[in-house]
Ligand binder design. Structure first.
Ligand code: XMP
Length: 179
């Protein structure tokens, strides 16, 4: 049953699974001999990361990083704080950053700077969703699952004040929920 806070389902569980499987096949080819360090950005990317990594038929290492980049509102401030750092060194590694959604791009440009400084061999980005029209900095993902319209979306890892991450689909919130 549709959650009462959801106005509309944008992508069903089946659609997300298909996109993830297709990305997994492409990434398998890209990384089959590289033993990449696959870095999930907490908490939003958790669902995507677990499904995507299982769709990658190659050896890889998983790690997580938790950053906070939001000010008081719903927009990224660019003032990124590391809440949890990696357990692994990125030096000399082929790094694949796994994101749930790219919005302004500020969070990822900050992370890329950090991983460059820490001497990663290569740094690439895969994101499930991309809100391209909202970009505030020059940043592009190497692989994008779905381009999304400029609406606040939740589900499949994405939250509104920590709620709705466990919805199996991605949907748009009703305005009255956040107004
Ligand atoms: P930036 O702006 O730095 O932000 O690219 C990326 C992070 O912003 C969050 N974000 C959203 N979260 N629904 C959400 O639940 C959205 O529509 C949305 N847009 C951006 C998300 O945490 C992402 O990692």
């Amino acid at each position: 049953m549709l959650h009462p806070d959801i106005k509309e389902v944008l992508y069903s569980e089946e659609e997300i699974a298909k996109v993830t499987k297709d990305l997994g096949a492409v990434l398998t080819e890209e990384y089959k001999d590289k033993y990449p360090l696959v870095i999930g950005i907490l908490k939003g990317a958790v669902m995507f990361m677990t499904d995507l990594s299982r769709a990658m038929d190659c050896d890889l290492e998983l790690d997580f990083m938790d950053v906070s980049s939001y000010g008081a509102g719903m927009e990224s401030s660019g003032d990124v704080k590391i809440i949890k750092d990696l357990d692994t060194s990125v030096e000399g590694r082929d790094v694949l950053i796994v994101e749930d959604i790219i919005d302004t791009g500020r969070t990822l440009s900050y992370l890329i700077e950090i991983f460059r400084y820490r001497k990663a061999k290569s740094i690439k980005i895969v994101t499930l969703l991309d809100k391209k029209e909202r970009r505030a900095v020059d940043l592009q993902a190497d692989w994008v699952g779905i381009e999304v319209p400029n609406e606040f979306v939740v589900g499949y890892g994405l939250d509104y004040i920590e709620k709705h991450r466990n919805l199996p689909y991605i949907g748009v919130l009703k305005e009255e929920v956040y107004q």
